[in-house]
Every structure is written in structure tokens, then in C-alpha cells.
Design a protein around this ligand. Structure first.
Ligand code: FAD
Length: 493
């Protein structure tokens, strides 16, 4: 067990560093002395601009005002992701954050729809999800009933700046500088001091590594080790830029599959972020750059940036008196916009287990186990998108389709195929409706379904479905466009 923790040092000031700083200062600031070190010369990765709904809870927990945050970051609303060319070329589906109807305890709502289909019912499952319909028609409003499940898109550098402002108000001390050396206790290996290029030495009791892919503390110093998931998630590169954007702002991210990966398009109030995530084993950086430049919606505002990464996770996110949060702790890949969620869950768990009395094996092991589970849940869901593709037009997609997958995922896919049952893992961030949308839309057809709907007769089932469908359609028609919502609720400052 290390000494009591009073002085906390956060190394790195990207999204992870500032999320950590906001939460720690807001919740425990009066008990701790918090310093954050960042280097503007190194800069941030700057591309994490799409999120999932858990961010709303994180913001509420730490007193972040939604309107103010959206205005300050040129933010927009996200109701899901439009997956284009994933199942096959020219096919599109929206994976929304919403639920389908109201599920009874015995099984998911969509079994009603499957039952109705056996009577020749024609409506699409999509018609029964409010978020999905709102996304489709570019509509949004904050309403009480039904309460929408939504997330945000925002400008990553404005987000870090916004969180920095709040953290500094809460008493976090920021130091500009590059960490060039780390001093450890010679007996225990615990980190004692980080040394900056200027020669300044910052002592601490507890260190949080938010230095991104570099992992300056957790890997370069503490050698936590890395579990490589490249055999399942083969993308290892991205080329990213920003463009102008005109026209209707969609309340969703676009994920468009190309020959050796996929392109994201993230709409903000003032611009669009876009990039091509690909595997360098299948296409060259130059080809990827060309594909990206051939598939833009507006004029280019920034030079294309090349990013290299290795998908996987740090074997131990917490080692001795250091915890890795953000890219220093792992990177699953950005397809379902889960990195910021993983940052915020890492922050939340750390606050819940904060080592005031010192770092013990019990605390460390427990935290590492919680984080391992979170990462693996996300990994399986993302691997599903690649495995369940119907594409076979390029070696990349053929290899994705034919790859071996984690047993945990294989058994879930089989369960669904055999019985139509989607059984989310315990503590899975993705719920039945998420799994269902991806599995059904990417061509996994269940051979059976649960027969609980047949306790009603055919007319009852169909009338209830029609009632729900019409009510969703009427509400969507009434609510404002996403664009008008943004103009009145949170225009960019
Ligand atoms: P960084 O942004 O890299 O920040 C690292 C910080 O550490 C910087 O401040 C840097 O200056 C500092 N630093 C590094 N070394 C030193 C040193 N020696 N001394 C001092 N300071 C140092 N996530 C999502 O949730 N949604 C998305 O849509 C999404 N898209 C992505 C697309 C791509 C192609 C990639 C690669 C990632 C994407 N991510 C996404 C992940 C997301 O970008 C990160 O989770 C997020 O930006 C947090 O990064 P970070 O703060 O951990 O690291």
C-alpha cells in the first residue's frame, strides 16, 4: 500500500485529461490538490467528436450545463449512426440510440413485430423507434414524453478548452510543459515526480496518465503491456480533415464503408469533421488520402492528418500509483464512437474507488477488472459490424467476413440466429436494441422468435403496432427540425 493520496498529477490535457480534471475537481476538489500538465507543442489527437448517450449522464453528474456546453463547442445532436455500404454496397441503415416500442419483461418488443410479420404485416421495424424516425427526418426536440436517448457531436478542441475553463475555476492548476523524465521510488517503483523539459519537477502521490497513444507513464515508465486486438479490428490508420458544411445538419454521424475501411462524417454547427479509417495492410496511405478527398461534402478547411494506432487495450489500466485514462489506456476503434465513453467510465470508476488511503492490490485489481470488462464489451459489439458484413467485393471485406471472432461474440450471434433472443451481457453499454439493429440490418436473420405475442390474436397485435407507429409518426411530424432546434437552443458562440 502506498502513502495517502493528497496530491494528484494529471499528465496530458486532451479530452481525457480535461474530463478527468473536471470530474475530480468538481467531486473531490476540496480534498485534493490537482495539477494538470499539457504540452501545446505535442498537441492533442483532436478527432474524437462523436459520442454515445452516456455522455449526457456524465455531464449532469458533474454540473455541466447542456446549452452552454453545446454553444461553446459548436455542438449538434446525435441520435445514432447511419451505416452506409456495410451490409452491401448502396445499402443503408440507421443504428439509433432508441428502443423499439415498450418491451415486456418476458422479451423484446420486436418479437411482436416478428409475430405480425407471420401474418403478412408490412411495416418496417424502424417505424417503431422514435429516435430512428426523428433521425431519418432530421428532427429533434427535448421532450418529456417520450424521452429521447441522444448524444452529441462537438468540436474536440473547443470541448477541451471548455472543460479546462471549468476545471481551472474549480481550482485545477495547469502547467504548460513537456514531460521528459519520470522519477520512481527505487524500492516500490511508485512514481514520485515528473520532470518537465524546462527542468521543473512536479511531485505527486497519484498520477493519471492522459498522454494519449504515447502512454508516457503507464507504458514507457511502468510497462503495463498491451493486448493487441489487430486480428479482430484490423484498421490501424486514419487520415482526417475538416470541411465546410452547408445544408441540413443531420442528427447522426455517417459511417460509410469503402474498399479498405470506412469514412466518418461528423456534422457540427460550423463545419464537418471527416476521416477515413483503414487498414494499411490492404490500402496505402496515399490511396486512403485520395479516397477521402474524393468523398467530401464541402471545401477542405484543414490539411489531411495521418494518424497511426494499434487497436487493443492496456493489460493493466492501473499500475502502482498510476491510472491510464483515454488513449493511453487503449483504443477499440472509432466506429461506434465509444472512446469518450470509455474515458468517462474510467473517470467514474476511479472516482468511486479513489485511493485516499493509498493504492492497494485490492483496489487496483478491482479497477482493472472493471475496465477490462468495459473494453471487451465494446470490442465485441464493434467486431460484430465487420463480421456480419455481406460484402465480399474486396480482400478487406472478405477477410473481415471470414475472420475468427471472440467466443463471447460467436455465441451471442448464434443465440440470436437460433432463437431471435438478444441477451445483452451484464454491464454492457450496448442494450438489446443496439445489438438487434446491427444484427438484423447486417443480415443475421433469426430462425425463430419468442411466441409470447401470440397470447393476443392477430388483430390485437397488428392494431397495437399500428397505434404505436402512428403515434411516433405524428410526434416526429410535430417537432422542429434539428437545425431549428440548434438555432433556438444553443447557437454557436
Ligand atoms: P490526446 O488527445 O492525444 O491527448 C494527449 C495529451 O497528452 C495532449 O494534451 C498532449 O499534449 C499530452 N502529452 C502527450 N505527451 C506528453 C508529454 N510528454 N508531456 C506533456 N504532455 C504530453 N472517440 C470518440 O469518442 N468518438 C469519436 O468519434 C472518435 N473518433 C476517433 C477517430 C480517430 C481516427 C481516432 C484515432 C480516435 C478517435 N476517437 C474518438 C478517440 C478520441 O480521439 C480520444 O478518445 C480522445 O480524443 C481522447 O484522447 P486523449 O485525451 O486520451 O489523447
Amino acid at each position: 500500500m502506498s502513502q495517502q493520496v493528497k496530491k494528484v498529477v494529471i499528465a496530458g490535457g486532451g479530452t481525457s485529461g480535461w474530463c478527468m480534471a473536471v470530474a475530480l475537481s468538481r467531486q473531490l476538489g476540496t480534498l485534493l490538490d490537482i495539477t494538470l500538465i499539457e504540452s501545446s507543442e505535442i498537441g492533442t489527437v483532436g478527432v474524437g467528436e462523436a459520442t454515445i448517450p452516456t455522455i449526457c449522464a456524465f455531464h449532469k453528474m458533474h454540473g455541466i450545463n447542456e446549452k452552454e456546453f453545446l454553444s461553446a463547442t459548436a455542438g449538434t445532436i446525435k441520435l445514432g449512426i447511419s451505416f452506409e455500404n456495410w451490409t452491401r454496397i448502396n445499402h443503408r441503415y440507421i443504428h439509433s440510440f432508441g428502443d423499439f416500442g415498450k418491451s415486456p419483461w418476458i422479451g423484446d418488443f420486436y418479437h411482436y413485430w416478428l409475430a405480425a410479420k407471420t401474418y403478412g404485416y408490412q411495416s418496417e421495424l424502424d417505424d417503431f423507434c422514435f429516435e430512428l424516425q426523428a433521425a431519418k427526418y432530421h428532427k429533434f426536440s427535448i421532450i418529456e414524453k417520450p424521452k429521447l436517448n441522444y448524444a452529441y457531436h462537438f468540436d474536440a478542441s473547443l470541448y477541451a478548452r471548455y472543460l479546462r475553463r471549468i476545471s481551472e475555476k474549480n481550482g485545477v492548476k495547469r502547467i504548460e510543459g513537456k514531460v521528459v523524465d519520470i522519477k520512481q521510488d527505487t524500492d516500490t517503483g511508485f512514481i514520485e515526480t515528473v520532470v518537465l523539459e524546462s527542468g521543473e519537477r512536479i511531485d505527486g502521490d497519484f498520477f493519471i496518465d492522459c498522454t494519449g497513444f504515447r502512454g508516457v507513464l503507464i507504458e514507457q515508465t511502468l510497462k503495463a503491456g498491451y493486448e493487441d486486438w489487430g486480428h479482430w479490428l484490423r484498421n490501424d490508420s486514419a487520415v482526417a480533415l475538416q470541411t465546410d458544411f452547408s445544408g441540413d445538419i443531420p442528427p447522426y454521424t455517417r459511417a460509410i464503408a469503402h474498399e479498405g475501411g470506412w469514412q466518418w462524417k461528423t456534422p457540427l454547427q460550423h463545419r464537418q469533421g471527416t476521416g477515413y479509417v483503414y487498414s494499411s495492410a490492404y490500402i496505402s496511405d496515399e490511396n486512403a488520402r485520395k479516397t477521402l478527398l474524393d468523398n467530401l461534402d464541402g471545401s477542405v478547411r484543414s490539411e489531411p492528418r495521418l494518424l497511426k494506432f494499434k487497436t487493443g487495450r492496456r493489460k493493466k489500466a492501473w499500475v502502482k500509483n498510476c491510472v491510464a485514462i483515454g488513449l493511453s489506456g487503449g483504443f477499440v476503434e472509432p466506429l461506434e464512437s465509444t472512446s469518450i465513453h470509455l474515458i468517462q467510465i474510467g473517470v467514474t470508476r476511479l472516482l468511486q474507488l479513489f485511493p485516499f488511503g493509498g493504492c492497494s492490490d485490492a483496489l487496483t485489481d478491482h479497477y482493472n477488472e472493471l475496465l477490462r470488462t468495459e473494453y471487451e464489451r465494446v470490442r465485441d459489439f464493434i467486431v460484430l459490424h465487420y463480421k456480419a458484413t455481406g460484402r465480399n467485393d474486396t480482400p478487406y471485406w472478405r477477410d473481415c467476413r471470414d475472420m475468427e471472432i471472440p467466443d463471447s461474440l460467436a455465441s451471442r450471434m448464434e443465440l440470436f440466429r437460433e432463437s431471435g433472443v438478444v441477451s445483452p451481457y451484464n454491464s454492457d453499454i450496448f442494450r438489446s436494441a443496439n445489438w438487434l439493429q446491427v444484427m438484423l440490418n447486417q443480415g443475421i436473420e433469426p430462425r425463430n422468435y419468442h411466441h409470447f405475442p401470440h397470447v393476443m390474436d392477430k388483430d390485437q397485435i397488428i392494431n397495437n403496432l399500428d397505434k404505436l407507429k402512428n403515434s411516433i409518426a405524428r410526434t416526429v411530424e410535430k417537432i422542429p427540425s434539428h437545425e431549428n432546434f440548434l438555432k433556438s437552443y444553443c447557437p454557436m458562440r
